[in-house]
Design a binder for this molecule. Structure first.
Ligand code: PMP
Length: 356
């Protein structure tokens, strides 16, 4: 039986995508070959890469606006490093907002390059909110933020107005809500939440911000090199790119980001309403910054843990154990998770209340 998969990532993808991807492993486009055994230079795969790059821009509303989409390897963590390499000038500086473990990971890599200013941090409160009052130095080479904090369950609902290029790690909420994406100069996201399997990262970059550092950039680190080579500087993650394309096509057929945003809001509302209503549970973050993707919550009394854990497991739920830095539970409700799965979790929470 298919589980109700609340895993934080890698995570659930649409069933239709699993089926099409499985078919392509056996016989890709009726070619008599598996997608895993063709050259990445094969015309059919070159078309997959072109379609994936174009569709990513289309879904974000960035077609024809000076942006390029890349599908590269190394995970979002590689971009923590590529970003300062490509954007921080020699003797320049960068500004970062510290909203959690992953933001912190990005800050650490930037520090190896040069002056890295942390404009605000919610670390003293164990990252339970998004800092709001801060200013971004106008001479920073760029400002970096993390739109959704996968571990701590917070999400930026608004973004600062700034004159410096804005860079955003959208790994855990890409394609999940409508935003004016043209406010961002560089967006990146590891595939393994809303886009596809692990192994590929989407980078959407406004070309005009590149080539200004005065630094020699090794080819593999250089966004301009990857743009010139159309994401084929080295062998791309063929299967991960193909599966990401299938997921983006699924999203487009559904009505794109505005349609999925409505579903995501309904799912989040259903679960947060129960967390707030049920006296046995409490949320871990301030309400205004709650993530629609990752809901973090605790039992008020740990004594109920054993019973609750056995109940949700019996209901076919998987992947809701909290991250060690928050404890409790984390229900990740990515695009492909049906609302019916959230309802099953809410029913189990109600059942626990009735039992106690
Ligand atoms: N940023 C965010 C917001 C994440 O959630 C993650 C991983 N889950 C990362 C970065 C790191 O991604 P990767 O493991 O692909 O390097």
């Amino acid at each position: 039986m298919k589980k109700h998969n609340f895993s934080a990532g890698p995570c659930i993808l649409p069933q239709e995508v699993f089926e099409k991807a499985a078919q392509a492993v056996l016989n890709f486009n009726n070619s008599g070959l598996s997608i895993l055994e063709i050259s990445h230079r094969d015309k059919a795969f070159v078309a997959v890469m072109e379609d994936a790059r174009a569709l990513a821009l289309e879904l974000l509303g960035l077609t024809g606006k000076g942006y390029q989409a890349l599908f590269l390897q190394g995970g979002a963590s590689m971009e923590f490093l590529r970003i300062p390499y490509n954007l921080m000038k020699i003797d320049g500086k960068a500004a970062y907002l510290d909203t959690g473990t992953w933001a912190n990971g990005a800050i650490k890599e930037a520090k190896a390059f040069g002056e890295t200013i942390v404009v605000a941090s919610s670390k003293p409160e164990n990252y339970n909110h998004i800092p709001k009052e801060y200013s971004i130095p106008s001479d920073a080479n760029y400002f970096h933020c993390t739109s959704n904090n996968t571990i701590f369950g917070t999400q930026m609902k608004s973004f600062p107005e700034t004159n410096v290029p804005m860079v955003c790690d959208m790994s855990s909420d890409i394609f999940s809500r409508t935003l004016d994406f043209s406010k961002f100069d560089l967006i990146y996201a590891g595939a393994q939440k809303n886009m596809g399997p692990a192994g590929v990262t989407l980078i959407v970059v406004k070309e005009e911000i590149l080539g200004k550092t005065g630094r020699t950039i090794p080819n593999i680190m250089n966004y301009q090199q990857h743009i010139e080579k159309e994401s084929m500087y080295n062998t791309p993650a063929v299967f991960a790119v193909y599966t990401s394309l299938l997921t983006m096509q699924w999203l487009k057929n559904l009505g794109g980001i505005p349609a999925i945003e409505k579903r995501n809001e309904a799912k989040a509302q259903l679960l947060y309403n129960e967390i707030d209503r049920n006296p046995l549970f409490k949320g871990t973050t301030v309400k205004e910054d709650r993530s629609n993707m990752n809901a973090t919550f605790l039992l008020n009394d740990e004594a109920h843990k054993e019973v609750f854990d056995s109940m949700w497991k019996a209901a076919g739920i998987s992947g809701i154990n909290g991250h060690r830095s928050v404890g409790g539970y984390r229900a990740s409700m990515y695009n492909a998770l049906p609302i019916e799965s959230v309802q099953v979790l809410v029913d189990v929470m109600k059942e626990l209340e009735n039992k106690i």
